[in-house]
Ligand binder design. Structure first.
Ligand SMILES: *[C@@H]1O[C@H](CO)[C@@H](O)[C@H](O)[C@H]1NC(C)=O
Length: 341
């Protein structure tokens, strides 16, 4: 993805060269893909990744969870017997949660890799959840990534967005991060914020507000993952291995004993400040969403004849069809005249 930048820049001096040098320096510092241990993207600067044993615990999959690199990398695999997963030892009320993930290569239809926060085990009917979900692929096509937000058991009102990534997530590690504060949720892919959910009064409890644990899992999502379940997991290609590294969890831990004080104390956490995006970050986010978002619940008039209250994306609306899918990608999904303005 950076290969094309090697063509020699015009010899014209100063004015043109300076920006070129600046870009080259940024590329060197950030790296195109940021393998594990590479310089971390801005929201992670100076944040120390943890070893598995410092904050996580296996939740299923026995031998399908394997530690590498002195416990700093985790391999989760899916085979015919089982998937695998781990969770944070603590519950958190707000924080910054991140991992560098490298997805299984080749054919992985029906395979779901998820990196998410939830409290579904504690609040069966009123759970909260923040998701990054990677929804398999068929050979020759990219993996699709989905983010979702649930609050207080609002599973009837999914707030999904899907994206195609500007890189091949099976080639190298990329950082996927979730920032959750009292007022704002931001999802990042590497250094780019890709989605921001600002708490509004109208959202009410649909904005996650109870302590959650962090999870990472791989499982068989044959029933729905890849193109609505048309492609099932083919175990001829097993095991499917998802690699996790640069595990970061910086939040306000809450005692898992509900009788103990509910209010966490973690001082004035740095992630509150990180939640206010700069103009440059906002521009990067807008560019990503314009170029890579392939579905948004905000534009899905079949599910939501009236858009949910927090939806205010009139500027992008003309790009999407009445089913919330973007036009002009992978075959027509509707005609222009179908657009609901
Ligand atoms: C969450 O949902 C439950 C059950 O529907 C409801 O009783 C409760 O009032 C909700 N909480 C908030 C803060 O709205």
């Amino acid at each position: 993805m950076m290969a094309s930048s090697s063509s020699s820049p015009s010899p014209r001096p100063s004015r043109r060269l300076l920006p070129v040098l600046a870009v080259a320096a940024a590329v060197l510092l950030l790296g195109p893909g940021g393998g594990v241990e590479a310089r971390q993207p801005p929201p992670l600067h100076g944040v120390r990744p943890m070893a598995f044993g410092e904050g996580y615990t296996q939740i299923f999959g026995s031998a399908n969870l394997a530690l590498r690199g002195e416990g700093r990398r985790v391999h989760l695999s899916l085979d015919e017997a089982t998937g695998a997963g781990f969770a944070s030892q603590d519950l958190f009320l707000h924080g910054f949660f991140s991992a560098a993930v490298k997805l299984p290569a080749d054919y992985a239809a029906g395979v779901v890799v998820a990196f998410y926060l939830t409290n579904g085990d504690r609040y069966e009917k009123t759970h909260d959840e923040l998701d990054f979900e990677f929804l398999g692929n068929v050979r020759g096509r990219e993996w699709r990534v989905q983010t979702n937000v649930y609050g207080n058991g609002s599973t009837g009102a999914g707030r999904e967005e899907r994206y195609d990534l500007p890189f091949d997530p099976t080639d190298d590690f990329h950082h996927y991060s979730i920032l959750w504060t009292k007022h704002r949720i931001i999802f990042y892919v590497d250094e780019t914020p890709i989605r921001e959910v600002a708490r509004t009064e109208a959202m009410g409890a649909a904005f996650p507000s109870k302590p959650m644990s962090l999870y990472a899992t791989i499982w068989d999502g044959s029933a729905w993952a890849t193109l609505g379940g048309r492609y099932r997991v083919d175990y001829k290609y097993a095991p499917f291995v998802a690699q996790f590294g640069d595990l970061v969890m910086q939040g306000c831990p809450v005692s898992s004993n509900p009788a103990a004080a509910a209010a966490p104390s973690c001082g004035t956490p740095w992630f509150e400040a990180a939640a206010s995006l700069s103009g440059e970050q906002r521009r990067a986010m807008a560019a990503f969403r314009h170029g890579h978002m392939s579905y948004s619940y905000c534009h899905d008039r079949r599910r939501y004849p009236v858009a949910l209250s927090e939806c205010d994306a009139a500027r992008l609306r003309r790009l999407f069809g009445p089913d919330g899918m973007k036009y002009g990608r992978r075959g027509a999904r509707g005609r222009r005249s179908d657009v609901v303005m």
